[in-house]
Design a protein around this ligand. Structure first.
Ligand SMILES: [Zn+2]
Length: 140
């Protein structure tokens, strides 16, 4: 079992959703296990803030995660596909993190820029229609 927060080996720390009744099967999950009080506490703080609702990633976030696969695969291929992560040097792990985080941010930024362009086009079109209908009313 892996810690639900940091993915280290879980060590008997668990969590249940106190917002749900004891007979509700969603009250407990065997995935809510943790390596330490620290991870257990971090998880319970998130669950308190979200009132027991896990936050699913948005479609944009899912797309950004998928955009990391190719750069991640390329990097792992360059390091050596057969090497286990535990054999990576510190610099190799940091580069792996940088590759993934950068790919994620690039995708999220590009998607937000596309949304901004789309929103701007919508509002410009909306304003142009208002001006056209306004000028028709004023025409003699
Ligand atoms: Zn942990």
């Amino acid at each position: 079992m892996k810690c639900a927060v940091c993915a280290r080996q879980a060590r008997g720390y668990g969590w249940f959703n106190p917002h749900l009744r004891p007979n509700d099967p969603n009250r407990y999950s065997d995935q809510w296990v943790f390596c330490s009080c620290r991870c257990q506490y971090a998880f319970s703080r998130v669950m308190e803030k979200t009132e027991g609702q896990m936050i699913d990633p948005s479609d944009m976030e899912l797309a950004a995660m998928k955009s990391c696969l190719s750069p991640l695969g390329e990097y792992v291929g360059s390091v050596g596909m057969q090497r286990p992560l535990a054999d990576y040097s510190r610099d190799e792990v940091l580069t792996l993190i940088d590759v993934v985080v950068t790919a994620y941010k690039v995708c999220m930024t590009a998607e937000h820029e596309r949304m901004a362009v789309r929103d701007r086009a919508f509002f410009e079109d909306h304003l142009a229609r208002q001006e056209r209908s306004g000028s028709k009313g004023d025409a003699p």
